[in-house]
Design a binder for this molecule. Structure first.
Ligand code: AMP
Length: 130
């Protein structure tokens, strides 16, 4: 069965899209730790990120880099942190999270409650900085 992220990539489930190419898709995390929290996923349905080929893992990080730089321009921060967890959704993904301090990366932090129009505005701001 297709993962929820494959359904998002296929457009069967809506997402706040940030970027896409032939191999990767980036969209806003629906439970963000910070404004701009974005997920980067490969279109190839692989659960564990380290099961990707060396080439695809490298390309995924280059894609994530461009998205991260756009996030930082749209939402100024000290750095954009990268995290890979993958215990909830069995489809490899990189979290990109704007950080001011180390604890901003804690997944136990409360998530932001945003309205659809907030998500739309955030995704647009990142896209405009790509
Ligand atoms: P993990 O697999 O532990 O890295 O967590 C999966 C992440 O995917 C969580 O941060 C969720 O908020 C996020 N997530 C799950 N479903 C969706 C969705 N439909 N749209 C956007 N983000 C999602």
């Amino acid at each position: 069965m297709a993962t929820i992220f494959s359904k998002i990539i296929a457009g069967e489930i809506p997402s706040y899209k940030v970027a896409e190419n032939d191999k990767f898709y980036a969209f806003l995390d629906i439970n963000p730790l910070a404004k701009g929290h974005t997920l980067v996923v490969p279109k190839q349905e692989v659960d564990y990120i380290f099961d990707l080929s060396d080439e695809d893992l490298g390309e995924m990080h280059v894609f994530a880099k461009h998205v991260a730089l756009a996030i930082q321009k749209a939402f100024p921060c000290r750095k954009v942190g990268e995290a890979v967890i993958g215990l909830e959704v069995p489809h490899a993904h990189i979290h990109l999270i704007p950080m001011q301090k180390e604890s901003d990366m804690l997944f136990s932090n409360p998530k932001l409650k945003l309205q659809p129009e907030d998500f739309e505005a955030i995704a647009k701001a990142i896209r405009e900085n790509l």
